[in-house]
Design a binder for this molecule. Sequence first.
Ligand SMILES: Cc1cc2nc3c(=O)[nH]c(=O)nc-3n(C[C@H](O)[C@H](O)[C@H](O)COP(=O)(O)OP(=O)(O)OC[C@H]3O[C@@H](n4cnc5c(N)ncnc54)[C@H](O)[C@@H]3O)c2cc1C
Length: 320
Amino acid sequence: MGPILVFVETAAGGISDESGELLGRAQVLGEALGRPVVALAFGPQARGALAGEAVAEAVCVQGEGTEAYHPEVWARAAVAVAKERGPSLVLLGNTTAGMDLSTALAPALGMPLVAYCARLEVADGGLVATSRAYGGKLFADVRLPEGGAVVTFLPGGGPAARPAGSPGAVTETAAGPASQVTLARRIEPEAAGDVDITRADILVSVGRGIQDPDNIPLAQELADALGGVVSCSRPVVDAGWLPRSRQVGKSGKTVKPRLYLALGISGAPEHLQGMRDAELIVAINSDPSAPIFEVAHYGATVDALELLPALTERLARGSA
Ligand SMILES: Cc1cc2nc3c(=O)[nH]c(=O)nc-3n(C[C@H](O)[C@H](O)[C@H](O)COP(=O)(O)OP(=O)(O)OC[C@H]3O[C@@H](n4cnc5c(N)ncnc54)[C@H](O)[C@@H]3O)c2cc1C
């Protein structure tokens, strides 16, 4: 059986959080299935980033077009590396680069592609992937064929730690001929902002029901009292009331806090996609038929603008 090939993305000189999770998953699966893990990374940071990973082989692609994601250069090199190693499974993050590369790798390797994968488990000697479809409305279990598959993983839920060590071998490989395609401009993601909502244990999340930017401090005060962070739905970002880094949902971040307090959020599928895996969801909405109540563990049909200051005050009294 061929190795498990993991596409690793680098960030700030190290490995991105998503790729760290992927490597952890690959180690667990590799051990269960008796298959080695091969990590593939691009650019000048690749070697250093993979130096602390206990993988059988670290493949570092170097050369023109590897410093930042280049669809053509990276796809060509990834396909070449994969074809040489003959993987039985290819794991990528469900990131922009991961999704893009997966669509080049799957046909080139003659493997099916399982996207939006939330779980991948060994069952009856094979692998079963759980893929999240239709914006999280449906979970599909698919048994991977023996010939292998390319899988893109949603962030979150990976093992908390992975074994430390160093690669059994480090292979440097050239990216190949320069591309005919010149990228005109890279649009950098917005600055992450002051907080990373994907790491917060408690999120006080506001929707259009907050009604006015002047009411955002009410949510911030409650978040402070709870030791949490303020996040929001998309209309709040579109109105310019909070930065995009705080947006939860399909076109925002996927979060999995211990507590998600949804205030004045209707529960559109695009929002639910980003928060339905929270451990505890408490919804506050003045409309009893709001769909958010379908995923909430607890709910109250009250005016969020009245509840917010009252709750903050109660918490302050409780801790005094
Ligand atoms: C391609 C695409 C991507 C998208 N991506 C995202 C995304 O990433 N994240 C996201 O959130 N949305 C996203 N959307 C938008 C999504 O479809 C919804 O429009 C959005 O989630 C609605 O936000 P909301 O719940 O804040 O607003 P609304 O749907 O307007 O809901 C406001 C809620 O507040 C309640 N309310 C009003 N006043 C009060 C009050 N005083 N007290 C209590 N409750 C009150 C109302 O009853 C209502 O339920 C996307 C849409 C598309 C098409």
